[in-house]
Design a protein around this ligand. Sequence first.
Ligand SMILES: Cc1ncc(C[n+]2csc(CCOP(=O)(O)OP(=O)(O)O)c2C)c(N)n1
Length: 637
Amino acid sequence: MKTCGDRPVPTASRIIKYKTCLIHFSSSFITSVECSARLPELNRHRSCAALLAKRFPFSSVMASYHKPDEKTLQGLRDIANKLRINSVKATCASNSGHPTTCCSAAELMSVLFFHTMRYKATDPRNQCNDRFVLSKGHAAPILYAAWAEAGFVKEADLVNLRKLDSDLEGHPTPKLEFVDVATGSLGQGLGAACGMAYTGKHFDKSSYRVYCMLGDGECSEGAVWEAMAFGSHYNLDNLVAIIDANRLGQSEAAPLKHDMDVYRKRCEAFGWNTYVVDGHDVEELCKALWQAQQVKGKPTMILAKTFKGRGLKGIENMENWHGKPMPKDRAEEAIKDLEALIQNPNKTICPELPKEDTAPADLSPISLPSPPNYKIGDKVATRKAYGVALAKLGQSSQRVVALDADMKNSTFSEMFHKAFPERFVECFIAEQNMVSVAIGCATRDRTVAFASTFAAFLSRAYDHIRMAAVSESNINLAGSHCGVSIGEDGPSQMALEDIAMFRAIPTCTVFYPSDGVSAERSVELAANTKGICFIRITRPELKVIYDPDEKFEVGVAKVVRQSDSDKVTVIGAGVTLHEALAAADQLASEGKSSSWWPGRELHHKRCPGPLFIGCLHRRDKSDLFSPIWTFDSNWAS
Ligand SMILES: Cc1ncc(C[n+]2csc(CCOP(=O)(O)OP(=O)(O)O)c2C)c(N)n1
């Protein structure tokens, strides 16, 4: 069977022309046409065509496709081989890396970067540029090679791959201007790409498009399919994903091997438009990627049948070559072979420039438009104050967006939803994807993203949160129903590990507010704090203990009570601060008032240990020797 490329048939009326064809169609476009002599099937096809026309009115009638001229196509083939050569050279120089992973993707990268995507090669992070996420991050050398071909990276630097003092790390990170999100933990790129595409379509309302490349082995990750469901649910027609189906994973073949039809059916079942292509045929790729640009209402998946190690004699399509650089002599031979395929080594192809329809990000600080509106002694749950503050911040800045995982009526992010439905992203019960989507939304400072759910369920997204830090992301995560204070719901709903979990994340600031005032200020501080922010919020109502004008700072604990005769320091935060205060009151009533107990509220920045030492300010030397008691509702201390 000939797979897509020869003649995709965009409209039902055109289908009828192919009288003797057996038709295979994706839900919005015909993807492959196989001629057969089965005339009796004609009538069935006719009715099928009529049915298609009825079901898919094709809001966009496809503009006509112009095949690139032969010179351009050869130029793209030449670039693909140059990318291969540079990937082999770089991995040889570092004596590590994944040359075979790069080689299967060479034509895909060439066509994407030098035919399809629109971007300013001199300004990779320009807000108008198309975005590219290399979800199979171990193919980093070919990404670096593509940016060298585009002129942004010096070609001579490519051999510094994986060196300690080089930003060309083994897996891409945003230390490089052309990388928006770090990848390398497989399965996470598509969720981030969804966040970028959602932002482009619904927040920026701009024409930039988002491309994401995945490995076939990677597609065993459930997170990929969470992202697939999200992409089609939100009709992200500005999103194109590509599976580099090179058959092989790391230790053996990927489960579907080269069964492109099963890939197609799965992607279509998830609501995506699909094209099955020969991933080494630049012309087919140009056409499929062009077609994808015409599709309305759905994201597109390009299913590219490729061979791992393509172009490397004796290695192509062989097992046991994953993650292995080629021995020097074999590399030299392979480079010669590849050079021989290049017809015009000096030809460069400049990418098309993007449409200038995205405003630069507004980086001004974001403040609550009014102070928290509670009186000391009022009772309010910090989760509710979170919702109030988020809605207030939404008034202050268009960049504030909120995400939730079907918990908005528990986390109170529904208050933001009610006020700004157009800036609320329901991610449904898919916490890993919610974190990745938030990361995507926050790239290039397009949004200030707050994502909320029960704190307990953020633990299943831990690897995504870890990668958010590697991505230098500024996302804010709010976890409600923390600690044992949620009571009757039982341990499955209680976040007990969350403080330990977030404290271990580099760049993370943990806010654990104790009342409505500090909760609102935590949200305000988080919006302006770089790195990951975690706001730990509680279910039960707590007494307001701070004046609405109380000032809070990251990394500085509050002294709630103190006296000159204090004997011990008592530390609490959130709900436990109130327990500590009750204990202090009880001791006082028992005549032990000589030992006044200061309770302290914590906003701790990368606390080094369970005692939050970084936050405590001893008042004098004698304080150094006073005992410290902590009250905690987690398993971190
Ligand atoms: C979550 C995760 N699990 C495991 C790995 C280790 N690993 C790196 S590459 C790889 C195989 C990937 O295969 P595939 O997605 O098909 O990519 P290919 O190299 O074949 O293009 C594995 C298992 C990883 N990086 N991330």
